[in-house]
Design a protein around this ligand. Structure first.
Ligand SMILES: [Zn+2]
Length: 495
């Protein structure tokens, strides 16, 4: 007889001996479910009516298909198939399926050795205390836990709010930015009056207002090879909410060297990735990508938009993994890379394997310390050596005067059409940087060229390209259209 894996949903697990999945025999889906019910009498009335039919609020899937669209209970089962029971869930309220076994377990939890929870704390955390998987003991573990958030941006903001709400005792936060208006589309930790304030000042106020029981330790500095180990050492878990590769590698390497789990999250436009890198139990980030990509293959963060809610989803997934690690509950995303696609609204999972010759987490690592890579996305650094200084520049005021003269230069906007739609210089010609090499013919008639982008970075690279192609009179607008808007034409929006 074929054997199928039966996935038992959380509310029914107490009635199935706590198992999340079981391997059971049966030639049809109905047969497999009946085997399950026969072995666990408490389940029977939840799954079947007195007439012996599957209850209509119990949905059963065979692999990824609802059996109602197959042959229902008579759907044949092959060896290795997965049968999932998906019960209707009202949401919000505590689990309705309770058993003496679970209740006894909650009562068995030893009272906290030190400081008991106050009446207010018991009320604040009551929805956690009702969960057998958290309870008083778990809540106390959270209160004693320390989590380091590297980055208080799109990912760090929701993670910080939920970790504080959950009662994590200490949140260390590393960030040195000020709040910008364009952050508010996704960085829900900040409010409109916070614009211009240091992120950490605003974050500390907001987190402590949410939960005075959470201490916030602010590290208002760049995370570097100099300070990474010292900052991370006191923490139980690190949440990687950075927006750039150099910091990601530092977070990974410091976590491996100190033996701390690293809850990784990243976002790009409509897609997110989440994993847990814990070199003691699985792969690290370098097992996946041993080196950062070269700077010229990385899209600049400023060029890449992001759906505002996306970091919310990914940051909350990171907070979930963090709480599971702190509580020692559930299956962490170790060795698994979760891919989230907001447009398709799909989650996929890829297996991640530990690289036996990983440079940092293998038995014989070749890398024994931390490495500072030059910054090339999001965080400017003196080491980044942008080509800007090596190409001719024009200041916004000079360009204004030249455009007003009898021989104005030919203006080329190398941004994307979406940016062109926000603001542009009068008389400019749009050629996105990626199309420039193919469209140089459009420029051969011009005697003098000025290229511009948002902040001057892309147009510097484009200027370098044109100089290399043999154009002689090419300059880049220093500071881009944003500098022009600041210094020449305040009526233009900055973005
Ligand atoms: Zn590794």
């Amino acid at each position: 007889m074929p054997k199928a894996t039966v996935k038992v949903p959380t509310p029914l697990r107490p009635l199935a001996g706590g198992a999340s999945e079981l391997s059971l025999e049966g030639s049809t889906v109905g047969g497999v479910i009946r085997t399950l019910a026969d072995a666990n009498p408490g389940l029977k009335r939840h799954l079947f009516t007195t007439e012996g039919r599957l209850r209509n609020f119990v949905t059963v899937y065979l692999n990824d298909e609802d059996i109602r669209y197959l042959e229902r209970e008579s759907t044949p089962v092959k060896d290795g198939d997965v049968v999932s029971i998906v019960p209707a869930v009202a949401g919000g309220s505590p689990a309705s399926v309770r058993t003496p076994h679970r209740e006894a377990k909650v009562r068995d939890v030893a009272p906290p050795a030190d400081e008991p929870f106050s009446r207010d704390e018991l009320r604040r955390y009551s929805r956690h205390l009702l969960l057998p998987e958290v309870g008083l003991a778990g809540q106390k573990r959270l209160r004693q836990s320390k989590v380091l958030l590297v980055g208080a941006g799109g990912l760090g903001a929701p993670a910080a709010l939920y970790l504080a709400a959950a009662g994590v005792g200490e949140l260390g936060v590393v960030d040195f930015d000020a709040v910008e208006l364009s952050n508010l589309q996704r960085q829900v930790l900040y409010t409109t009056p916070d614009v211009g304030r240091p992120k950490l000042t605003a974050a500390k106020e907001r987190i402590e207002a949410l939960n005075p029981g959470t201490r916030v330790v602010a590290y208002e500095e760049r995370f570097t090879s100099e300070n990474a180990l010292e900052i991370l050492a006191p923490y139980d878990v690190v949440v990687d909410g950075t927006d750039n590769f150099p910091t990601r590698y530092l977070v990974n390497d410091a976590s491996v060297l100190l033996g701390k789990p690293n809850v990784y999250g990243s976002i790009y436009r409509f897609e997110g990735q989440v994993s847990v890198f814990d070199a003691k139990r699985g792969p690290c980030y370098r097992c996946l990508y041993s080196e950062p990509p070269p700077p010229d293959l990385v899209p600049s963060c400023a060029e890449a938009g992001v759906l505002g809610v996306l970091p919310g989803v990914v940051g909350v997934l990171q907070a979930t993994e963090t709480l599971k690690l702190l509580l020692g509950r559930g299956d962490p995303l170790i060795g698994r890379l979760l891919l989230y696609d907001a447009l398709a609204m799909s989650f996929r999972e890829l297996k991640l394997r530990k690289n036996p010759s990983c440079v940092i987490c293998s038995a014989n690592p070749t890398q024994k310390g931390l490495i500072d890579y030059p910054a090339f996305c999001g965080v400017p650094s003196p080491d980044a050596a942008p080509s800007a200084s090596t190409v001719p520049e024009v200041e916004p005021e000079e360009l204004r005067a030249e455009l007003d003269s009898n021989e104005p230069p030919f203006l080329v906007d190398v941004r994307e059409p979406e940016e062109w739609a926000i603001a542009r210089l009068p008389g400019a010609h749009l050629i996105p940087k990626g199309e420039l090499a193919e469209r140089v013919d459009e420029l051969t008639g011009a005697s003098r060229l000025v290229l511009y982008c948002r902040s001057g970075r892309r147009s510097s690279e484009a200027t370098r390209l044109l100089l290399d192609l043999g154009f002689s009179h090419v300059r880049t607008l220093h500071g881009g259209i944003n500098a022009w808007a600041q210094r020449v034409d305040p009526s233009l929006p900055q973005y």
